[in-house]
Design a protein around this ligand. Structure first.
Ligand SMILES: *Cc1c(COP(=O)(O)O)cnc(C)c1O
Length: 433
């Protein structure tokens, strides 16, 4: 046997740093709008034997043996997805939101085809950019015109763009997703062009599950792609949902999911997704409603403290997220760093007309994770005060950090799930090492 002391030290180093991260996050207020906490029951699935296995294809039609129980779990999870999202089609195999997007592109667009979509400084995700999945598929993207004052599509302009571009697919969905797109107003145009309508609901999937956001599949959207770990508090994974698709279109999507963009589909995550779907069926409404109330309360409190939040006239947001303009306080990069120094975790974000993603003028804040840990509107006010002390008053982050830790102590239990009570960030040693 080789002398393994060095390698063992390296393994220890990795484990110790993961533990340190867990410990740190216990003392943090995480406000990243694309993150969440899995329930203890869902998390348990991640260390099951499913994590070590392969299942290619669909339940009952696998290429590998050993999938007796995997098939049962996947069929149940698909059934739950159709129930929770009230839809005809669900595929749980994409292993992330980006991979789900790649599947849609593979199924419904060829290189050179036109897809209409939002632009990066309007809050779009990188996967719809030239340097992301859209570019990789070689589609020609055409952007919609944007109305900064209400952080939404300019309806008349969008109708014009759709009529001129005649896209094969009209795509919607954002990473700074404050308000739902005007799908009803665009429906006649979709019908006239005969395009497929696709929405990337990565950010708002949990709000849709809880019926607290526009329900895209009831408003003319044919395909929803999404991540399952943002407002939807499941594992790092992806999902495809469909409504009013032909059998051929459903087959195309399935074929794109596998063998198109995945081989095995991370069975442990698929099982965790199934559990989360069951939990959202029961607790989704209450959780999503509170997350939406909390983001508005956070926006309002920050605004009153003199920290500009976008769209005050519209109540700041209809979702879990708010966009904060910190250009007068040193910009997004500096403010996000100062907040991290105070144990408030968020990200810098581009706002309309920003040209630099490295030093943009905004911060994006999400309420969903702290909602899951039990915070309500009154705590959002406290969080807003902590943020304002760092960002506006430029108080020493080390000092604010002590108050952040103190506040967080009372919010260490995940709610809205079957077995609330387990600490959120506790690290479980499985072996003596
Ligand atoms: C986060 C996000 C994605 C990507 O999701 P991953 O699961 O990280 O691949 C795709 N689209 C939008 C709009 C997102 O916000």
């Amino acid at each position: 046997m080789k002398n393994d002391n060095m390698a063992k030290e390296d393994a220890k180093f990795i484990r110790e740093n993961v533990k340190a991260h867990n410990k740190w996050f216990e003392e943090c207020i995480p406000m990243i709008a694309s993150e969440n906490l899995m329930s203890p029951l869902a998390k348990e699935m991640l260390i099951s034997d499913f994590a070590d296995r392969y299942a290619e294809g669909l339940p009952g039609k696998r290429y590998y043996q050993g999938n007796i129980y995997v098939d049962k779990v996947e069929l149940k999870a698909i059934e739950l997805a159709k129930k929770v999202f009230d839809c005809e089609f669900a595929d749980l195999r994409p292993i992330s939101g980006t991979v789900a997007n790649m599947a849609v592109l593979m199924a419904f667009a060829k290189p050179g085809d036109i897809i209409t979509t939002c632009a990066l400084d309007q809050g779009a995700h990188i996967s719809t950019c030239e340097f992301g999945a859209f570019g990789q598929r070689g589609v020609n993207s055409v952007n919609y015109p944007w109305n900064e004052s209400n952080m939404n599509l300019d309806i008349d302009g969008t109708i014009k763009v759709l009529k001129a571009a005649k896209p094969k697919v009209a795509q919607f969905g954002l990473s700074v997703f404050l308000f739902p797109p005007p799908l009803k107003e665009l429906q006649d145009t979709f019908n006239e062009i005969g395009c497929l309508v696709w929405e990337d609901c990565a950010h708002v999937l949990g709000l849709i599950a809880g019926k607290q956001f526009q329900d895209p599949l009831r408003e003319g959207v044919n395909i929803v792609s999404a991540s399952t770990h943002k407002t939807f508090p499941g594992p790092n994974h992806g999902i495809l949902l469909g409504q009013n698709l032909t059998e051929e279109q459903e087959k195309k999507l399935q074929h794109a999911a596998f063998p198109g963009v995945t081989s095995s589909h991370h069975l442990h995550a698929m099982a965790a997704l199934g559990i989360t779907l069951a939990e959202m069926d029961v607790f989704g409404k209450e959780y999503a409603a509170q997350a939406c109330k909390n983001s508005r309360a956070l926006g309002e409190a920050l605004y009153e403290l003199g920290v500009p939040v976008l769209c005050p006239d519209l109540g700041f947001t209809r979702s879990h997220a708010i966009a904060v303009d910190v250009s007068q306080f040193g910009g997004g990069k500096q403010c996000a760093q100062l907040l991290e120094d105070a144990n408030i975790i968020c990200n810098k974000n581009m706002l309309p007309r920003d040209t630099s993603s490295v030093n943009p003028s905004g911060l994006r804040l999400g309420s969903q994770e702290m909602t899951r840990l039990g915070m309500k509107e009154s705590e959002m006010k406290e969080v807003a005060e902590l943020i304002a002390r760092v960002v506006k008053k430029k108080e020493d982050p080390a000092k604010v950090k002590e108050d952040v830790k103190e506040l967080k102590k009372n919010f260490a239990t995940i709610q809205y799930c079957f077995n609330a009570g387990e600490p959120a960030y506790e690290y479980h040693d499985l072996v003596d090492f």
